[in-house]
Design a protein around this ligand. Sequence first.
Ligand SMILES: NC(=O)c1ccc[n+]([C@@H]2O[C@H](COP(=O)([O-])OP(=O)(O)OC[C@H]3O[C@@H](n4cnc5c(N)ncnc54)[C@H](O)[C@@H]3O)[C@@H](O)[C@H]2O)c1
Length: 365
Amino acid sequence: MSAPSPVEKTIVIVGLGKIGSLYAACYGQAGHRIRTVDIGDGADWERVAQVPDPASVDAWVVATPTATHLAVVDEILRRQPDARVLLEKPACYPEDLDGLGRTVRRHPRARIIVNDVYSHSEAVQRFAASVRELGASDPIRKITVEFTKNREFDVANGRFVDTQYGEAGYEGFHMLSILRAILPAEQYRSYLRTVPSSVTAEMRVRTAAPDLPDVELYTSSTGAIAFPELAGFAFPDKVLKDFIVPSSIPYGSEFRYRFADVELLSGKHVTLVFEPFFGADPGHKNIHAVHVRDAVPEGHFLIAVNHFKEALLTQLDLLRHLDEGTTVVRPAEHRFLAALGSAMFTGTFPQTTENEKYARIGSEA
Ligand SMILES: NC(=O)c1ccc[n+]([C@@H]2O[C@H](COP(=O)([O-])OP(=O)(O)OC[C@H]3O[C@@H](n4cnc5c(N)ncnc54)[C@H](O)[C@@H]3O)[C@@H](O)[C@H]2O)c1
């Protein structure tokens, strides 16, 4: 490899599939030198072990299938013990979490961040700031987060099939990122230790616990909308008529119904709606809205941002400045989502002894 200019970084992307290609495009456009590793065709090398001069790599991206993450991270750190690694989410499957912890401890100089698009999203940050401002004098009564899309076409093609985290593995991490942005840190840690009052297969997770607002997380990959009334108002009439009133997104549609709503004790709602201009603006993917309702004056503001791209650039910058040995893997979130996945596969949270087991899972990390 020839030496990069001072601003240009050498980034090795391991796994050049759907997500890895997005990283390559984003970092390439930002002027970085991109090198690729993939066991399939078309990459610079097939294995991490073949990357020459690993000490000259500024950052690694791991975007291989989740089952391979631990082995790939191990291999990277064997070659470059102080590597800076941006790891796709989930960090790994639940059975590898302890192994990942051991890998991190064996490499005290490594810096690892698990990709967390929503926590770096300006839309989420400005929404959370609005909630904090209004919530200072008007406490939060309930938080509802919904991420619904019809992914049956993807599933038919083998994508979005997670045998371990189940439905929780696709949008669960994103929904938790939003919850983490809204709740004070201590309350958020308590939430991860709760046993939900109910978990259904599609998945709907209801939680009512002392000292926490009510929380309901809902995600469907069959397009079944659960809360048309909470964010439907923000979409164009045609979207309302075609998808939201029938509460169903049909097979093959690209429409995503995603929002986070905070209901305050006064009855006011602060609602973040992602991509409300679907069908009305070709740039809809990069425009989001925050509405404050039942308030005088009622208002809303828009945030125009490609939050996937912004998050990748922010996290690359973060990796550059992280102290040696800093990792942001969030094992408690992984364990919480794994427990939800497990509950979904078995129907509901079992009542007695199993509840204790889930409680332990939630409180371990
Ligand atoms: N952040 C998000 O919103 C988001 C969305 C979808 C997927 N993901 C995550 O991204 C990761 C990749 O998903 P994808 O949909 O891009 O998968 P993909 O199947 O499209 O791509 C994976 C690529 O990795 C390659 N590969 C497999 N094993 C390898 C190895 N040991 N070394 C090098 N290359 C290897 C494959 O050949 C393939 O090209 C997964 O962990 C997934 O959970 C994240």
